[in-house]
Design a protein around this ligand. Structure first.
Ligand code: G3P
Ligand code: MG
Length: 239
């Protein structure tokens, strides 16, 4: 089971920052997840529309200039990074899940990823684009650059989610812990879809994901999750 640093390493470093990304890489994750919004003509890595929770500022990121956004303190001396800065920091040492938080980020992200995949084969199948928006799923599916993966997130799981994702040629179903269900995992696997689960911080949830054969978990504590999964899978294979 792969470990994905959620928002970098949100439990141990400021979320969605270059420091968080570096902490996750140092822990040894094979994947990192970050959230992206298009503001001031740039792709910024931030979860909320408001900057209040994660920086020393207030108000919507969309109401700010480039200079205002870049002057915000995101904690531990960090600023809100751009997607390009995150890609440069990871340098394909881990795969990257870019979660699109607004529709405006869609085309700029596609253009950036297409250019990156053309330029650097190391990123081939190392970038996943995901979103909760169904209109974005369809646009991504039709315009996905060669070698880029699609992940399906939905707030509510429809009965036909597996065929929906398979029709879109998605790589994975990205489920929340409450959405996790044995039959759904088996059905997804039978259709060739991987199952990723967020946000798995509790040991009991790690156990459940291992038991159900989940492919990857998003966690705020990647170093701890890597340690636990290593121990648990070692004892299973030794038994
Ligand atoms: O992509 C998985 C997870 O990050 C989705 O939820 O709210 O943490 O972005 P959220
Ligand atoms: Mg996210």
């Amino acid at each position: 089971m792969e470990i994905i640093g959620h928002r970098g390493s949100a439990g141990t470093a400021p979320e969605n920052t270059l420091l968080g990304v570096k902490v996750a890489l140092e822990a040894g994750v094979s994947w990192i997840e970050i959230d992206v919004r298009w503001a001031a003509n740039e792709l910024f890595v931030i979860h909320d529309e408001s900057v209040a929770r994660t920086t020393n500022g207030t108000g919507s990121i969309y109401s700010k200039s480039l200079a205002e956004i870049q002057s915000l303190d995101a904690g531990a001396g960090q600023t809100i990074p751009t997607l390009t800065q995150v890609l440069d920091t990871i340098a394909a040492d881990a795969a990257l899940n870019i979660e699109l938080k607004d529709t405006a980020s869609l085309q700029p992200t596609l253009a950036l990823v297409r250019e990156l995949l053309n330029r650097d084969p190391a990123w081939h199948e190392q970038i996943m684009l995901s979103s909760f928006e169904q209109s974005i799923h369809h646009t991504l599916s039709e315009n996905l650059p060669q070698g880029c993966l699609l992940g399906i997130l939905l707030k509510e799981i429809p009965a036909d989610i597996v065929s929906y994702a398979a029709r879109l040629q998605a790589f994975s179903l990205n489920l929340s812990v409450p959405q996790l269900d044995e039959a759904l995992v088996n059905n997804a696997h039978a259709q060739g879809l991987e199952v990723f689960v967020y946000t798995v911080n509790e040991e009991s949830d790690i156990d459940k994901c291992l038991q159900l054969g989940v492919d990857a978990i998003y966690t705020d504590f990647p170093a701890r999750a890597l340690r636990l999964v290593e121990i648990k899978t070692r004892s299973v294979s030794d038994a």
